[in-house]
Design a protein around this ligand. Structure first.
Ligand SMILES: [Zn+2]
Length: 302
């Protein structure tokens, strides 16, 4: 687990809109975490676009490999067969939108389930991931060859992809705008970007923050900037739209999805009760378009 010596805290402008006005919303990590995980980090909300982010931002000093080194820990609870099935379903959706199969890029391909699904479905597929361990496992377990690099390092040709997917990636990026500008450049005209992200303004998160306030704590439950799973961007439907459209794409659809994960570790009565309450809140949130997770479909248009 990286400690404070692994992070360098620097003031930044809003990663979604570039604006420089924000207000403090609460503390996260360290003394402001129920089990003391990570470093104490200030969470702010952008006045312009309502995006939430840590400011100062904790940038890792070393290679990203130091954060994402343990695939079994990082993907704990992920069912590989389910993820492969989900990948096949995604490919059918891409084909429907595009009207044909084509060339797809999976940014942050992890251990490669979507790459596997794309190849199985008859797409030309590429994947990139900064974790050498994930790329190695993808090859070993699924026989797929992702590239161990960032999107910018990969050097793909402009306008060479029909679909770019970013599954559970954007909330991890320190400069999501730069990555989306690159993705926009790589898409052909009419091509699609699909991504998903937690909705940090969902009912579940809002009630979690209220729960903290009721306990007279100046803590928030949004993101996890310095501890697993290292979420450093707190999007909501409005701020993700702002970011994606600033990068040059047109947002066609935002859908609310997602379920609450059962917590790992000791199964106490209290944890069980908290899980049941969280599930009920999440169902309610989805019903009122205020769910925990969202998917975004955006298109490059001339
Ligand atoms: Zn903003």
């Amino acid at each position: 687990m990286p400690d404070s010596s692994h992070f360098e805290f620097r003031d930044i402008n809003c990663p979604a809109c570039g604006g420089d006005l924000h207000k403090f919303v609460g503390w996260r990590g360290g003394r402001a975490h129920h089990s003391g995980s990570g470093e104490l980090t200030a969470i702010v909300r952008c006045i312009h676009c309502t995006h939430q982010y840590p400011n100062p931002m904790p940038f890792p000093k070393g290679n990203l490999d130091e954060l994402y080194f343990d695939a079994d820990k990082y993907f704990f609870g992920h069912d590989i067969e389910k993820k492969k099935e989900n990948g096949l379903r995604m490919m059918r959706q891409f084909e429907e939108r595009l009207g044909k199969k084509g060339r797809i890029l999976d940014v942050g391909c992890g251990v490669g389930e979507n790459l596997w699904a794309a190849l199985q479905s008859g797409w030309q597929a590429e994947g990139v991931d900064p974790s050498s361990e994930f790329i190695r496992l993808g090859k070993e377990r699924l026989g797929v060859s992702g590239r161990n690099c960032t999107l910018e390092e990969a050097g793909f040709c402009a306008e060479s992809f029909d679909v770019i997917m970013m599954s559970s990636i954007i909330e991890h990026l320190y400069d999501p705008f730069m990555v989306l500008v690159e993705a926009t450049k790589l898409l052909k005209n009419g091509g699609w970007l699909w991504l998903d992200a937690p909705n940090e303004d969902g009912l579940y998160m809002r009630l979690g923050n209220v729960y903290m306030a009721l306990q007279r704590k100046d803590w928030v439950v949004v993101m996890a900037p310095t501890f697993p799973p290292y979420h450093v961007q707190g999007f909501n439907p409005s701020s993700i739209k702002t970011l994606v459209e600033r990068s040059g794409l047109y947002v066609r659809e935002i859908n609310m999805i997602g379920a609450v994960c059962e917590q790992t570790g000791e199964k106490t009565l209290r944890k069980r009760a908290e899980y049941l309450a969280a599930s009920a809140v999440n169902r309610l949130g989805r019903a009122f378009n205020s769910g925990t997770y969202m998917t975004i479909w955006a298109q490059k248009t001339v």
